[in-house]
Write a protein that binds this ligand. Sequence first.
Ligand SMILES: Cc1ncc(COP(=O)(O)O)c(C=O)c1O
Ligand SMILES: N[C@@H](CCCC[NH3+])C(=O)O
Length: 464
Amino acid sequence: MSRVHPAGGRHENVLPEEHPSPAPADLNDLAPLVWPRTAHREAGALSVGGVDVRDLAAEFGTPLYVVDEEDFRQRAREYAAAFSDGSVHYAGKAFLCGAVVRWLAEEGLGLDVCTGGELALALAAGFPPERITMHGNNKSADELVMGLEAGVGRIVVDSFEEIARLGFHAERLGLRPKVMIRVTTGVEAHTHEFIATAHDDQKFGFSRGSGAALEAVRRILALPQLELAGLHSHIGSQIFETDGFEVAAHRVAELLVAIRDEHGVVLPELDLGGGFGIAYVEGDEPIDAKLIADNMRDIVARECKAYDLPVPKLTVEPGRAIAGPGGITLYEVGTIKDVEGIRTYVSVDGGMSDNLRTALYGAEYTAGLVSRESVADPTLCRLVGKHCESGDIVVRDLWLPEDISPGDLVAVAATGAYCRSMASNYNHVTKPAVVAVRDGAARVIVRRETVADLLRLDMEVGQP
Ligand SMILES: Cc1ncc(COP(=O)(O)O)c(C=O)c1O
Ligand SMILES: N[C@@H](CCCC[NH3+])C(=O)O
């Protein structure tokens, strides 16, 4: 018997895959670290932020993104406390909406945006522009001008074209923005290839190894309308080991020395990016904010001491570590199909349009029946969506009670980051609402899209 050929040529005799982990002793248990901090079972059903998920489904419908506001705020505070004041810039790409912008402003964090759209949202929600960092490997002139005119705190430049373009518009507008240089440090982060960002063969930043980073320094220093404020490094995302961050910290600190030696300029800031891993499945050990802060600080301080440099301000940009663990996605079970001798396919009313990560990265998730408890035996399932795509998988291997039935609610944990923000309208499926729960109350923070919203985009241009 052979498995499916990777190129897709043979499709017969497909063996069921081995499940990596045995069924848990009690399917009703909520693995700690994976679920939001306020999550617990009450009368059998999951409660988050003091609200029963059955009430959430009844009031707001499914699929539904649910955010534990207290969880989000606590993690934001923990990062802010671990690093020094004003040095944590939440990465908005993880999940951004007006309410999140307000929570961040209240908790004293900065905000990293990487497109004009994210910037527009932050400004519309009243976020102080001086606390905004602008990222992006291909910022348009319009986006740069928008950032300049808004007075954003820092612009992280990512290419020689951008340095010239930014210089041109800053001079034209009579402004002198603070600029950081994104450096690719050559660190191979232990994560999925698509979310590793500091090796040389990818699109971000100026390579340190090739000398491009030092050339970027020369070009910026030649433009008096740009204020070179520091260096930036981001090695990738969903990283558990601290060693990659430590090597990156060491390498950018070395660059600070090279810049001082070549130009006599001492840069005041080092931004070491985000990427701190969270628990998606039992056994994942999230990086501790204080531990990573202490390690980074030690390395930079040691490096600076060795070369007689003042220690720069250390900043970071966590996204997932703040937004991820407090979010769950609530689905209603629909079709259930037993594929004889292989597995049970449990279909839910969403899928790859509200969570692309499984299809894109082979991401793993924890999920469970949450509208009731069950003592039925576990059966190996695959949780799939409603899209016209066989790769439309939400959770690849999942033990569910064998009495799982249409109408049951299933929740997927740790979906607070990179799910709503990467959602699509594939198959003209509408994006779910986002509801924040706290102290027993629930409120919509992003309304559900309607089919009318989608049709409007067609109808507004008139009929052919
Ligand atoms: C420049 C930059 N900063 C911060 C982040 C946030 O990463 P994470 O959500 O993994 O913390 C990213 C995304 O990987 C990024 O590209
Ligand atoms: N979108 C990715 C992370 C990449 C972040 C941007 N550099 C994820 O879901 O894990």
